[in-house]
Design a protein around this ligand. Structure first.
Ligand SMILES: O=C(NO)[C@]12CC[C@H](CC1)C2
Ligand SMILES: [Zn+2]
Length: 306
């Protein structure tokens, strides 16, 4: 009813004024968008570590918590991306409410999906104390972890090659949502990955450079560079290790990876399985002899996956 379609406003972390859907609740206004799926709710942990914490409230429709404003606004943006581009209702396809918590911990330089919701720290000295919800690519990355973990096909166990795939898919979809660059973290003053040039941030860009390590769950944030590079080549094309790839554009690339994630990947899929999953997805979407299938095949070959 009318109390549920209230327009809220507030400035984000970078000082930009945004408007978003809120609700009136117990005589206040709260960051609860009841217009999308089962709802989008944004909470604050008040720098504690118990989540979800407290629904962000204001006495007026103006909200003065920039980290919360960005988390709420970008969650709606990513909801709309999945609905409009992939016809998926929320992270699980069943309209389950999208919950975010900001101000998690103290000087917390990270963000994560905890299996049920998104959680964001306030950043620290390494990124000018920029809250992690200030980046659309970060929110898209985290929500995509939710998509992967709720996909009865993949789930992609978070270690070694399946974990690196999990990470890569989150970066790849994030690059389609935040589509004017190939960087991860540029809006939180913390560029940590470049899908076009993974080696710029010490990630491998070919199987010959795969890093066998016990760190980082078997290098899930390191070896994801190999799959990220393949995705970049699929989208923009190019020659890599003497293999030339004809680009098909970012949108088609993202459709292929999303369909692979939902329909053809499984919990312990490795990089070779990712190649066949993407070939199967491209075949289903664009046909067996299509340019798209050829591009997928060549892009994986270019990073040493056959
Ligand atoms: O890769 C990640 N999580 O698995 C990141 C690192 C920086 C952004 C926030 C969290 C993405
Ligand atoms: Zn991640």
């Amino acid at each position: 009813n009318s109390a549920h379609h209230v327009t809220g406003t507030g400035r984000g972390v970078h000082g930009d004024t945004k408007t978003f859907e809120v609700s009136s609740y117990q005589g206040q206004y709260v960051l609860w968008d009841q217009t999308r799926g089962g709802g989008i709710q944004t909470y604050t942990a008040n720098n504690g570590s118990s989540i979800p914490g407290y629904l962000v409230a204001s006495r007026t429709t103006t909200f003065n918590d920039p980290a919360a404003v960005d988390a709420h606004y970008y969650a709606a943006k990513v909801y709309d991306y999945y609905k409009n581009v992939h016809n998926r209702n929320s992270y699980d396809g069943r309209g389950t409410s999208l919950v975010s918590t900001v101000h998690y911990g103290r000087n917390y330089m990270n963000a994560f999906w905890n299996g049920r919701q998104m959680v964001y720290g306030d950043g620290g000295s390494q990124n000018g104390y920029t809250p992690f919800s200030a980046g659309l690519d970060v929110i898209a990355h985290e929500m995509t972890h939710g998509v992967t973990s709720s996909s009865d096909a993949s789930q992609l166990i978070y270690r070694n090659q399946s974990g690196a795939l999990n990470e890569a898919i989150s970066d790849i979809i994030a690059s389609d949502v935040d589509s004017n660059d190939w960087l991860m973290g540029e809006d939180i003053n913390y560029v940590i990955r470049d899908l076009a040039n993974p080696t710029r941030y010490n990630q491998p860009d070919h199987m010959s450079k795969y890093v066998n390590t016990t760190q980082d769950n078997g290098g899930v944030h390191i070896n994801s560079g190999i799959i990220n590079k393949a995705a970049y080549l699929m989208a923009d094309g190019g020659s890599h290790y003497n293999v030339t790839v004809q680009g098909i554009g970012r949108a088609k690339m993202a459709k292929i990876f999303h369909k692979a994630n939902l329909d053809y990947l499984y919990s312990n899929s490795d990089f070779s399985a990712a190649r066949s999953a993407c070939i199967q997805a491209a075949t289903a979407l664009y046909g067996a002899g299509s340019q798209e299938v050829q591009t997928v095949t060549n892009a994986f070959a270019a990073v040493g996956i056959h």
